[in-house]
Structures are given as C-alpha cells and as structure tokens.
Ligand binder design. Structure first.
Ligand code: BV8
Length: 229
C-alpha cells in the first residue's frame, strides 16, 4: 500500500503562514509570480532578498498545527517496505512539516531555511537574513548566496523520486493547494493514471477538484486529523 501526499500553502494557513492566492494574492503590492522568478532576482535582488528574509524570520513566530501533527503520526504509523511506502511532497517552503517530525518528506519548491550559493552550488542550512550578502559557508566567497527556493521557470527539486512514487501510488491525497502551479498540479492525473485512489482535502473546491475520486472541503486542522484517525 503506497501513499503519496501533496501539501500546499493551505495546510500552513491556520498556523498563520499567509497563502499565495488568498485575498488578492499580492505581497506588498507584488504578485508572487513577479518576485519569485530569476529575472526578478537579477532585476531587483534587494526586493527579492527582503521578500524571503521577511518570510524566513516569520517562521520563528509560527508553529505546526493539528494537520501537520496528524500527518507526522500517519507517517510514523505507516509500515515501510514489503509493498508499503509513504512519501509527503510539500510545495511549501516553510519548516512546519519538518518540525512536526518526518523522515519521508521532500520540499519540491525548496526551503526558506536554506541558502543556495550561485558560486559553488552548495545548499546551506540558513536562518539569518541574506540581504547583507554574507559569505557562503561552503566556499567562503561573498555575494553569491540566494534563497534556496524554486522560482517560476526553474525546475522543482526531487522530481525523479516524486514521479517514481506517483507511478506506484495506491492512494494520492492533496491537501491545501489551489492546483494553480505546475508540475505539482499535474500529480493527481499521474497518480490516477497509475490506478491510485485520489482524495482532495481543501478549504474549498480547487482547480483540480474535478480530477479527484473524492473531495472533502473544510479547514485542514479539522479535515486532516479526522481523515488520519
Ligand atoms: C517549471 C516558491 C519548467 C516560491 C513556488 C502551464 C503548464 C505547465 C507549467 C506552466 C504553465 N504555465 C506556466 C507554467 C510554469 C509555472 C506555473 O505553473 N505557473 C503557473 C502560475 C501557471 N511553473 C513553474 O515555473 C515551475 N517550474 O515549470 O519548470 C522547467 C522544465 C525543465 C527545466 C526547467 C524548468 C516552478 C513552480 C514553482 C514556483 N515556486 N514557490 C515561493 O514560495 O515564494 S510556487 C508557489 O505556489 C508556492 O510554492 C505554492 O506552494 C504554490 C502553489 O500555491 P498553493 O500552495 O496551492 O497555495 P495557494 O495560495 O495557491 O492555494 C492555497 C489553497 O489552500 C487554496 O486552494 C485554499 O482554498 C486552501 N486553503 C486556504 N486555507 C485553508 C486551505 N485549505 C485547508 N485549510 C485551510 N485553513
């Protein structure tokens, strides 16, 4: 019995982490698509570094919620091996799933708590601001660190592992995502093609809802623990 779970910003909303497309989907007047691109970083590195420095600092004020903890309990209880496997794929760049406790977790869009060196390619655990151009811990060169975030137009991380898991999935559960961003929005179709049962747990119908065998709507902190139990 192989399960693949995909989460999006909606699972962290009740922890106080803003979603992308709530209200008008703007951040200080900027569309995410305008600040989360390599072009934006080249054009205005200060704006982009500030965008991520602020979100990284905010992690210190939020904690995992009942939905994060329920998924951690599910992974701990899920058998591994002999036809059983568990993979949690998150689009989120916050560390709330990590803090809830997981071993089978991948961040396909990168992480706020990591800094990527454009000089040597190293990804470094990182919690401080990047705005003041600190040296890379790996190569010691200054001025090369960027947020270790997958921007629009960049290739998401862990795609081989994700596609392999989707091809073998018996159950695919999507939690708290609008189904607006690819390739994540295409995972339900890939799981379905592999014969998986597909379930959506989301506050309201999403762009992908028609593709799911089953959809339940409500807040993640109610839907996810109820589903896990
Ligand atoms: C790539 C990091 C190619 C940044 C992010 C057409 C087809 C295929 C692709 C494209 C296409 N057109 C354009 C593209 C490319 C593009 C794309 O999909 N654009 C969209 C806008 C159309 N995709 C890419 O560029 C991707 N890369 O395609 O590479 C390639 C191939 C080869 C070689 C090189 C390149 C990269 C996409 C990654 C972008 N980075 N994040 C950052 O975080 O700052 S995406 C960003 O949006 C976040 O990661 C977020 O996870 C993601 C999706 O948003 P959601 O998580 O779903 O959040 P959202 O606010 O939208 O929705 C929240 C949901 O929760 C809602 O449904 C709401 O109802 C629900 N909710 C709210 N509260 C609750 C709740 N649910 C439960 N309980 C609650 N309390």
């Amino acid at each position: 019995m192989n399960i693949v779970i995909l989460t999006g910003a909606g699972i962290s909303a009740e922890s106080g982490v803003p979603t992308f497309r709530a209200a008008d989907g703007l951040w200080e007047g900027h569309r995410v698509e305008d600040v989360a691109t390599p072009q934006a970083f080249r054009r205005n590195p200060t704006l982009v570094q500030q965008f991520y420095d602020q979100r990284r600092a905010h992690l210190g004020q939020v904690v995992p919620n009942a939905a994060h903890h329920a998924l951690a309990r599910l992974e701990a209880a899920w058998p591994k091996g002999n036809g059983f496997d568990f993979l949690l794929v998150t689009q989120n760049v916050d560390d709330l799933h990590d803090r809830a406790g997981h071993n089978h977790l991948v961040h396909m869009h990168g992480e706020l708590n990591s800094a990527l060196c454009t000089r040597c390619g190293a990804a470094n655990p990182w919690r401080r601001p990047l705005l003041d151009n600190p040296p890379c811990p790996a190569c010691r060169q200054p001025g090369g660190l960027r947020p270790d975030i997958v921007w629009f137009g960049e290739m998401p991380y862990h795609m081989d592992r994700i596609e392999t898991a989707l091809a073998a999935a018996d159950l695919f559960v999507s939690i708290g995502t609008s189904g607006a961003v690819y390739p994540a929005a295409g995972f339900v179709a890939q799981a379905k093609a592999a014969g998986a049962h597909t379930l959506e747990l989301n506050l309201e119908p999403s762009a992908g809802t028609p593709l799911f065998d089953e959809a339940r709507h409500g807040p993640a902190t109610q839907l996810v623990p109820a589903w896990v139990e």
